[in-house]
Write a protein that binds this ligand. Structure first.
Ligand code: DX5
Ligand code: ZN
Length: 214
């Protein structure tokens, strides 16, 4: 399993230490949650923090934008060193164009859907994507409870990916721990994002390894 720890749950007073832990770990990416207080009812961090993280982090950056009008910031996200730019389907009126612009900027394109957004809305875009991020909580906060219906959505998305010949990987974000991670692995997820389960663990390296081994 590919593991993408969510920095949102890290200790921001000891960011360099926590990123060094990620560097030493089996995590293959680092997940960065950008929130604007409009698309979601919370504000997290922005470009200066991501630039700092990029200087220290040896793993690819998986940037999850929970903001309205994400197309306005494609170049800024690229200049921060993002490898993957995830935009919400619910935040884009012209999703096909945004995906094209992300690719033109040299990044991998990910599209994220909220728990109440059906997988079928991805039908006409999935073949152009590198990643689909399924939210398994309502976005905005770490430490929430996993929504079980996500397991059905992973299976439905896998079928759509096969049918359309898409190369997209399936990433799941929210309430992931050893138990829900196992269910997601069985359902067919490729990438697990985890914040609290990793950063609030007694031994974060061990928590990452547990997910990695699923
Ligand atoms: C939620 C964020 C998540 C969050 C996950 O809006 O997109 O990435 O950090 O946190 P946990 O793993 O604690 O649910
Ligand atoms: Zn996220």
């Amino acid at each position: 399993m590919i593991v993408s720890p969510s920095l949102l749950s890290a200790d921001f007073g000891n960011l360099a230490r926590d990123i060094e832990m990620i560097n030493q770990s089996k995590a293959q990416m680092l997940h960065l949650d950008v929130m604007d207080g409009v698309f979601v009812p919370n504000i997290s961090f922005g470009f200066p923090v991501i630039k700092y993280v990029q200087q220290l982090c040896k793993k690819p950056l998986d940037v999850h934008l929970m903001i309205v009008e994400p197309q306005k910031f494609i170049n800024e996200v690229r200049d921060c060193g993002a490898d993957i730019m995830n935009v919400h389907l619910e935040a884009c009126n012209h999703l096909d164009r945004v995906v094209q612009q992300i690719h033109d900027a040299g990044m991998k394109a990910g599209v994220t859907i909220n728990p109440a957004t059906p997988v079928c809305l991805l039908r006409d875009i999935v073949a152009k994507l590198d990643l689909v991020l399924l939210m398994s909580v309502n976005p905005g906060f770490g430490g929430q409870k996993f929504i079980d219906n996500t397991l059905n959505k992973v299976k439905e998305l896998r079928a759509l990916i096969v049918e359309t010949g898409s190369r997209a990987v399936i990433e799941v974000d929210g309430g992931v721990n050893a138990e829900t991670g196992r269910l997601l692995a069985n359902a067919g997820a490729d990438v697990l994002v985890a914040g609290n389960y990793i950063f609030k663990a007694q031994n974060p390296l061990e928590a990452i390894e547990t997910l990695y081994n699923l």
